[in-house]
Structure formats: C-alpha cells, structure tokens
Design a protein around this ligand. Structure first.
Ligand SMILES: NC(=O)c1ccc[n+]([C@@H]2O[C@H](COP(=O)([O-])OP(=O)(O)OC[C@H]3O[C@@H](n4cnc5c(N)ncnc54)[C@H](O)[C@@H]3O)[C@@H](O)[C@H]2O)c1
Length: 337
C-alpha cells in the first residue's frame, strides 16, 4: 500500500477562537503545529496538536520552528483585533499585526514554504451601501483594518516572484460554536456582538445599541455573520485551491444582511426574555453596512456557507453559552462605558 505522508499545517494564533476550531477539525487530516503568544486553549484537549508559546515578532524563534518542521502550509491567524483597547495598546497592536506578518512572509521565503493563508477582514473595504466584492475599493476607517490592508499589500508585493502561493481570506463577522467539538467563541474579554447580546438577554442586562439613525433597513448597523463551521471549511477549501498553484483574495461571509436590532430580537425570541435596550451615540470607526458577495469563493474554492443561517448561528451560540454554564466556566464580557 502507498504510504501517503500527512501534510503539516502551522497555525499562528492557533490558540484563539478561529485557530483552535480549525485545529480540532483539521487534525483528522493533517499534522498540526500551533504558535501562539497565549497559553493553550482550554477547550482543546487533543494531544496530537503541538503547541509552541511565543510571539511571532521573535523572528529567530519563528525561523527555528519553521526550519525544524518545514510545514506544507502556514495559516497565519495571529493578530490583535479588538478595537476597544486600540488606544491603550497602539504600539503592541502595530508590532503584532505588522511586524509579525512581515516575519511570517520572511520565513516563508527563507524556508521555501509553498502555501500561505492569511486572515484578513471586512474592515479593509471602503464603506459602500452595497454588498462588497473583492475588487471593490479599499479604505479602512480604523487602525485594525489599516494594519490588515498593509499586510495584504506586503504579501502581494513580497511574494509576487516567489514560489509561495497565497490566499488572502477576508473574514466577515465570524461567530457561533462547533457543537461536535465542544468549542466556541471565547475571547477574553468578549467584545463580539452575538455572545454579548446572548449574555445580556439571558442575564436581563442592558444592551447598548450604538446608533439607530444609519441608512439601513431599521437604522442600526448591518453586518454579515458567518458561522465558524463555514469559516473553517473555507480555510480548508483554500488549501485545495493553493494545491493548484494559484494565489488570490476571497471574501468569506454569508452574503446575508443582518442588523444589530435583528440579532437582538431573534436572540430574545429564542431565549424567551425581552431585551433591555439603550440607544447610545454612534461609535467612532463603525460603518453603517458591511456585507459581501461570495460568488468568487463559490466558483473558485467550490465553497458554500452551509451553516450561516441566523437561526443556526444563534442556536449554536446559545448552546455554547449553556455548555459554559454547565461547566461553570465564567465568561469575561466587555462592557463599553
Ligand atoms: N473573529 C472574527 O470575527 C474575525 C473577523 C475578521 C478577521 N478575523 C481575523 O482572524 C484571525 C483570528 O481571529 P480570532 O477571532 O480567532 O482572534 P483571537 O483573538 O481569538 O485569536 C488570535 C490569537 O492570536 C494570538 N496572537 C496575537 N498576536 C500574536 C503574536 N504576535 N504572536 C503570537 N500569537 C499572537 C493571540 O494570542 C490569540 O490567541 C485574526 O487575525 C483576526 O484579525 C477575525
């Protein structure tokens, strides 16, 4: 029988939300190595996943690991993405997001790594009142988006004449949980909308809506929510795409428009508690609408967001909250002043 060598994936930021979900799914087919500056994710028990704890800003440590394991694919997820603390941590933000990515590109070139997947974001786009496609104008209006756009440009410029092929994946609002693997969103503190809303409604706390006078169908901001299961499958499909020696940029979203108010109302119906809403001033850096076209990913990656209908997204997130409660695991929810 032919002995087919399992390919090795190196995931940076693999102890975070998306990285640990990806690692648990991908370990069935690949060897997985994680580099993260944070400790091992408490919900990941698989002993076959190798974990190295350090900051990817440390170029020599990074090079040592990449040289030792020569991964077939690097999936670069490590980044700071929480806008709420950006002014407190501006320097480390730029270091992690810009220097870290530059180091990843350098190790790819130095060690002849053939495939790189980079997690970008919806925040790189210029605001537009229509669904965004990959070729639309780019103009981030916050520092997070600016760092991601700088990274995208580095990748395209520095890898243009190299053997490393890349996929830049622009994730929209990733959320919910993987029930089969007992894992879900667990940022500390949690700043993302869906877990915050579910937590507030369950505990009869006030939910702040930042602006209800946007030009959207109900006046609140509109976003594109995508189930984590679909993001993981999109990342895995982009590995197949890279096998064909292609490089490209893809939106990974659900292509559905959902307003903040709709999220609140749907969660409240499922939890069977009325929401307590406080309408506040708009937040700096928020845009009225971010949702995307996904035709390119459907055609080229042969991918579809099969789990991203709102009912499934919300019910899996509620299941996750109940799971944490049963295990008596406390969530650190961030409440803006
Ligand atoms: N979650 C979303 O909705 C979303 C949307 C768009 C883009 N993204 C991007 O996807 C990626 C993963 O997102 P997530 O939600 O899993 O975030 P996360 O914060 O849960 O995970 C990021 C991980 O990266 C690690 N990290 C950060 N800087 C590092 C460094 N310099 N060296 C080593 N480790 C470092 C952190 O310790 C953390 O474990 C990020 O790049 C994020 O910008 C996420």
């Amino acid at each position: 029988m032919k002995n087919i060598r399992k390919k090795t994936i190196l995931i940076t930021g693999g102890n975070g939300y998306i990285g640990s979900c990806l690692a648990l799914v991908a370990i069935k087919k690949f060897n997985i190595i994680i580099i993260d500056k944070n400790a091992k994710n408490r919900f990941v028990k698989n002993k076959r996943i190798l974990n190295f704890r350090f900051n990817i800003n440390n170029a020599s440590k990074l090079n040592k690991i990449v040289k030792k394991f020569t991964p077939d694919i690097i999936i670069h997820l490590a980044a700071q993405s929480t806008l709420d603390f950006i002014n407190l941590k501006r320097h480390s933000y730029l270091d992690d997001n810009i220097k870290g990515t530059k180091n990843i590109i350098d190790v790819c070139i130095k060690n002849n790594i053939k495939k790189l997947i980079f997690s970008s974001t919806a925040s790189v786009y210029k605001e537009k009142n229509k669904p965004l496609k990959e070729t639309d104008s780019l103009k981030p209006n916050n520092l997070y988006g600016k760092t991601k756009l700088t990274n995208e440009k580095y990748i395209q410029k520095l890898l243009k004449y190299q053997e490393t092929k890349y996929c830049i994946l622009r994730f929209f609002n990733v959320c919910s949980a993987l029930k089969k693997y007992n894992i879900g969103e667990f940022h500390s503190p949690e700043t993302h909308l869906l877990p915050k809303v579910i937590n507030a409604i369950s505990n009869k706390q006030i939910i702040k809506i930042y602006g209800n006078n946007y030009k959207t169908y109900d006046g609140t901001c509109v976003r594109d929510f995508i189930h984590i299961e679909d993001v993981v499958s999109g990342i895995l499909k982009s590995i197949n795409y890279l096998e064909k020696n292609n490089s490209s940029i893809f939106n990974l979203g659900s292509s559905k428009e959902t307003s903040v108010l709709e999220i609140i109302n749907r969660c409240s119906k499922l939890i069977k508690n009325s929401p307590k809403i406080n309408i506040c001033k708009r937040r700096k850096g928020d845009v009225s609408k971010l949702n995307c076209k996904i035709q390119k990913a459907k055609n080229k990656l042969k991918w579809k967001p099969k789990n991203s209908n709102l009912s499934k997204i919300i019910s899996d997130e509620i299941w996750w909250l109940n799971y944490l409660n049963r295990k008596k695991i406390k969530r650190n929810i961030f409440n803006n002043k």
